[in-house]
Design a protein around this ligand. Structure first.
Ligand code: ES4
Ligand code: ZN
Length: 326
């Protein structure tokens, strides 16, 4: 994908990015070597060749396998530092970054190791380049709600760094209501709320309805299937709910980027944003996602500016930071 000069130079804000999904083959191999972990790949090309997914579950298998090379605090530091540098190179000024602590604690890496590495890297990047990154703790919906609740409790000392909570991983059979108590506690603790309603999942409109009415989310990650139910669209519009869409990701796990759906919602006035999701796996950071969507839809410069205004608007940055970004 060719990134045109307007997209390249546009100041950007990204709200749907999984830090573990930024693990590029080069760093994956370097961390494996550093930690004495054997990977069945001779080089970066071999790592990339193994990325053959056509659905959410087949992607998730590779995603969880890949992150096994993340062990020490320095590994998490290097991961976040690489993303922050890449984001800065694309003129991303602000990002809210998902992390999946349970994917690490479940294999014996402590919550403290994960969060200390990530936050130290974001702190250093902020001082070096001005790029601001904040974290969103994502619960894994294919684990039990009790594990999510215990993870929320582990996060309480780190509220300064964690702006909100989300929900990701395999959606099939794992509806929002499974985590109603966890999200209620998170809200009571002052966290902002979002969750994935992935593209073309089973019972997708029911899941979006639950996210809105039972959980009370402020944003939905993906969520373009709301178009299947006019009442959902009306409620999303009326409540000012933001959607964090990910065109290139959509194109990998489904038949297409869902560009026309994204544009329909945007034209209706829904606070739509464009994001990269897992850019090491769905090739393209946020600039490439904007460029791909622009190429597909013929978006104008004004449309691209509006997408960034939407992102600032629905971000969880404090008012003073929003003013700075506008
Ligand atoms: C994810 Cl695209 C997507 N969907 C659900 N869970 C995820 N974790 C990382 N990327
Ligand atoms: Zn995602």
């Amino acid at each position: 994908i060719e990134v045109d000069p307007f997209v390249a130079g546009l100041p950007k804000c990204e709200l749907h990015l999984h830090i573990e999904g930024t693990l590029e083959p080069e760093l994956k191999l370097a961390l494996a070597a550093r930690n004495g972990i054997e990977l069945p790949y001779a080089d970066q090309a071999a790592v990339r060749d193994a990325y053959a997914f056509d659905s959410l579950p087949s992607f998730l298998t590779q995603y969880y396998e890949g992150m096994s090379v993340l062990v020490t605090e320095q590994d998490f530091y290097d991961l976040a530092a690489a993303y922050a540098a890449k984001a800065h190179s694309q003129n991303v000024r602000y990002a809210e970054i998902f992390f999946d602590p349970q994917a690490h604690t479940a294999r014996g890496v402590s919550f403290d190791t994960v969060i200390r590495g990530l936050t130290r890297a974001l702190d250093d990047a902020r001082r070096a380049t001005g790029f601001r990154g904040h974290l969103i703790l994502c619960f894994l919906r294919d684990f039990q709600a009790e594990f999510a609740m215990a993870t929320l409790v582990q996060a309480l000392p780190y509220k300064e760094w964690i702006v909100g909570v989300g929900l990701d991983s395999d959606e099939k059979g794992n509806p929002p209501v499974k985590f109603a108590a966890v999200f209620a506690r998170a809200r009571a603790e002052g966290f902002r709320l979002t969750m994935h309603c992935d593209i073309d999942q089973e019972n997708t409109t029911e899941h979006i309805r639950q996210a809105l009415d039972v959980i009370g989310v402020e944003r939905i990650d993906h969520g373009t299937n709301a178009l299947e139910d006019p009442q959902l669209v009306e409620d999303i519009l009326g409540r000012g709910i933001g959607l964090t869409t990910c065109p290139i990701s959509n194109g990998v796990v489904t038949a297409g980027m869902k560009a026309t759906e994204i544009k329909r919602l945007f034209d209706l006035g829904v606070k739509v944003t464009v994001n990269s999701d897992d850019p090491a796996y769905f090739p393209g950071y946020v600039a490439e996602n904007l460029a791909a969507l622009r190429a597909e839809l013929g978006l104008t410069d004004a449309d691209l500016i509006q997408l960034q205004r939407n992102a600032i608007d629905i971000s969880w940055a404090p008012p003073a930071v929003k003013d700075l970004l506008l």
